[in-house]
Design a protein around this ligand. Structure first.
Ligand code: EAX
Length: 328
């Protein structure tokens, strides 16, 4: 090989390796994030914003690909996948969370929070921070609390004004032991089920009803398969950004910070959309033919849970519950 040829060969090798590096850059590592409901929702906004913010904050080095409507499975399956690391991220209600991190169960107690503002203050404050750290030892990094919303009941049988109207109604619940215990206290026949199966179950009459925030009822179009809506507001439903712990630990400290900040930014839009949905939900669902009971007898719902509350006081420790109830 003469000199010129050698130079060309070296040049070619350089160009090739540069080209490969360029290619690797173009294909930034892509992480998956999922929700169980439709993209056009308070949760879709959460993961779309998160993906956009991560990309922006890491100057395009890391990409997050959103999956909607249970495309990667229901919430329990997605949390399992995140724990195993076959999926990096998920945004989920706390429905199935107690099965992974029992400490988080306390947040699912009915009528625990006065309103969304109270819930948000608790989740953003020291109690929320403390609970986020409980996920670490279970294979998760919990990036931030988000919001699913205040849950209300729908069914295909009758108007619900008070717990007596619920007696014998077969309702789908989340796979959440706290909800199941409490709803039994209301007299409901509880049927835990993953969200992606709910529409069909309502349509086919496998269950009479379900309960979810207005945001979910609208985005899932439950008005097509449910006649009655009652604004029971019986429980606040938190959501959470969960990441596989090992995937998070592999990030540089600066990128870790970007992920947490991206999640916090996403939660702002997520909550704003819940507020928007709550403001217009009743009118919209009425317009779609639902009959709505706006003023249920809340005191009766609370009273119906007296025996269940006594049990929760024992299970969770009354001071822990009071600490949340009294948080200002
Ligand atoms: O997270 O399972 C449920 O009812 C949830 O509220 C819904 O999937 C949104």
């Amino acid at each position: 090989m003469n000199f010129t040829r050698r130079i060309t060969a070296v040049g070619l090798a350089c160009a090739l390796s540069l080209g490969l590096a360029g290619h690797a850059l173009a294909q930034a590592p892509s992480m998956k994030i999922s929700i169980s409901i439709a993209q056009n929702s308070h949760q879709g906004i959460a993961i779309d914003t998160f993906a956009k913010e991560v990309e922006k904050r890491t100057a395009g080095r890391i990409k997050v690909q959103p999956f909607y409507a249970g495309a990667l499975g229901g919430e329990r399956e997605s949390i399992e996948a995140v724990q195993l690391g076959t999926q990096e991220l998920t945004f989920s209600s706390t429905g199935p969370v107690p099965n992974f991190v029992p400490e988080a169960r306390i947040l699912d107690i009915p009528f625990l929070f006065r309103d969304k503002a109270h819930a948000r203050a608790v989740l953003d404050g020291p109690i929320g921070e403390e609970l986020l750290t409980k996920f670490d030892s279970k294979g998760f990094k919990a990036l931030a609390w988000g919001e699913n919303g205040v849950r209300h009941m729908t069914n295909s049988k009758r108007a619900v004004n008070a717990p007596d109207d619920l007696k014998g109604l077969k309702m789908r619940t989340m796979e959440n032991p706290v909800h199941v215990a409490a709803y039994k206290g209301f007299g409901i026949v509880t049927t835990p089920m993953a969200f992606p199966e709910v529409f069909t179950a309502l349509q086919q009459g496998t269950v009479d009803g379900q309960e979810n925030p207005l945001s979910v009822i609208m985005s899932a179009k439950f008005d097509q398969v449910q006649k009655h809506l009652s604004l029971t507001g019986h429980v606040y439903s938190p959501a959470i950004f969960l990441m596989n712990k090992a995937a998070y630990d592999k990030l540089s400290p600066a990128d870790q910070k970007s992920f947490v900040e991206a999640a916090k930014e996403a939660v702002k839009l997520n909550r704003a959309r819940v507020d928007e949905d709550d403001a217009k939900g009743v009118a919209e669902l009425r317009g779609k033919g639902m009959s709505v009971v706006e003023n249920v007898d809340k005191a009766k719902f609370v009273a119906a849970l007296a025996p269940v509350y006594a049990e929760f006081d024992k299970q969770f420790g009354k001071p822990n519950i009071d600490r949340i109830r009294n948080y200002k």
